[in-house]
Design a protein around this ligand. Structure first.
Ligand SMILES: [Cu+2]
Length: 135
């Protein structure tokens, strides 16, 4: 059993890992009919694989993708939105109506993490989900 807690500290994954084709996963923040939910609201990922999480907001209002503990346990390669590419640690993303962002990362430790949109009333209305990282 590898020491995952140690692996989660800070170092970037190996170069080989970063050459892995990313598994693409799409999550919609809200819906075009303004339902307050993530679609899908449950993600299952594996540690030490490379992912491209494509976030879109088809709804008429802004939303957040907030999963702090999840974000603490991944290594972010980059976030791309519009013509901007952001490097470094990311803890939450705000998407305005019609926005799209791509988050490329590698999970470094297993666990179950909560996802939510912290705009007042949204979590309570159902805008929450979970992210499971398998070892
Ligand atoms: Cu929201």
């Amino acid at each position: 059993m590898p020491n995952l807690a140690h692996a989660a500290t800070s170092t970037a994954p190996s170069v080989d890992l970063l050459r892995q084709p990313a598994t693409e996963i799409s999550v919609s923040l809200g819906t075009s009919s303004n339902e307050l939910k993530f679609v899908p609201d449950s993600l299952e990922l594996s540690a030490f694989k490379r992912y491209k999480l494509v976030l879109t907001n088809p709804s008429p209002q802004k939303h957040y993708f907030t999963a702090k503990d999840f974000a603490d346990g991944i290594w972010t390669q980059k976030v791309e939105a519009g013509n901007v590419e952001i490097k470094g640690a990311i803890h939450e993303l705000e998407l305005k109506p019609g926005a799209k962002a791509e988050w490329v990362f590698v999970p470094l430790k297993s666990g179950k993490y909560a996802l939510r949109c912290p705009i007042p009333g949204h979590t309570e209305a159902g805008m929450k989900g979970n992210i499971a990282i398998a070892a």
